[in-house]
Design a protein around this ligand. Structure first.
Ligand code: CO
Length: 293
């Protein structure tokens, strides 16, 4: 990787780290989901950087892929466990970072995903396998009395692409991809009091264009026009013109132009915590771009 590209990854990481923590400070009982999401997203775009994806804000047993809807009236309550997952892109170079905000009673669960992330990062160097990293995450989380979420994974990052090889599991697997110097990877352990697997809700707020397809429906054309500058990065339903949006989105998903990311949840009444950093693999370890502060 060239020096100026490394500097873009580092700068995206500094922006993401600073704004993620600012956003976490805004999550308080009685506060508004929509206000926090819009404030965080505006802080990012005010820097001149792009959102690599809409701010994910997920409650309690929901692990990921929720965000505010246009007229979202949800408020935070004491006892909630809120995950914030932020992606910042500079010229497509992405920093992907997440943390959990404990509004009461989830200290050990939040510590489990954070400790698993720290332990995973300490394993990162050229030659280590994704399976070894997953085993370190699983051991740390299970040792603290929780389960890792087995069907959510860390991932590689490439310009404008939020999920590329290598896949980095949150459980021990045989082998897996071998890390190489110069790879950019995001590691994101999830710890849960629930089943250790997530499934889809009916609710979908985040979409991504995955193919170019001919469309005639004017409302669908409007959507595709409005997201052209995303260059394939995910977007929120909330960012779109709202007129006739339901039929347009479902038509675009059905035609294969868009992919929808349903909200992912563990079992009712459980709690899921998450921690995530992005790093560049170096000759003798890694540089954590979202942990420079
Ligand atoms: Co990620």
């Amino acid at each position: 990787m060239k020096d100026d590209e490394i500097e873009q990854y580092l700068e995206a990481g500094r922006i993401a780290e600073r704004i993620l923590h600012a956003g976490a400070g805004m999550v308080t009982p009685g506060g508004s989901v929509l206000e926090v999401v819009e404030a965080v997203e505006t802080m990012v775009t005010d820097t001149g950087a792009d959102l690599a994806f809409p701010l994910n804000l997920s409650f309690n047993e929901d692990a990921a892929h929720d965000t505010a809807s246009t007229a979202d009236d949800r408020l935070f309550s004491a006892g909630d466990l809120i995950k914030l997952d932020l992606g910042v892109a500079l010229d497509g170079r992405i920093a992907d970072t997440a943390l959990s905000v404990d509004l009461g009673g989830h200290e050990t669960l939040v510590a489990a995903s954070a400790a698993a992330l720290a332990r995973a990062i300490s394993c990162v160097r050229p030659g280590v396998t994704a399976g070894e990293i997953g085993a370190a995450i699983q051991t740390e989380i299970e040792g603290r009395g929780f389960l890792p979420v087995a069907n959510l994974t860390g991932h590689g990052l490439a310009p404008y692409q939020i999920h590329t090889a290598p896949t980095i599991p949150n459980v021990g697997i045989a082998g897996g991809a071998v890390l190489e110097e110069g790879m950019v990877v995001a590691i994101e352990p999830f710890a849960t009091t629930g089943s250790g697997r997530v499934s889809d809700r009916a609710r979908t707020e985040i979409y991504q264009q995955i193919a170019v397809k001919p469309v005639r429906l004017p409302s669908a054309k409007r959507i595709l026009g409005g997201i052209r500058d995303r260059r394939g990065m995910p977007f929120s339903r909330r960012w779109l013109p709202q007129e006739k949006i339901e039929i347009a989105l479902s038509m675009l998903v059905k035609s294969g132009a868009l992919y929808g990311y349903p909200v992912l949840h563990d079992v009712a009444g459980s709690f899921v915590s998450q921690a995530e950093h992005t790093m560049i693999v170096t000759a003798d370890g890694c540089i954590v771009t979202t942990g420079q502060g």
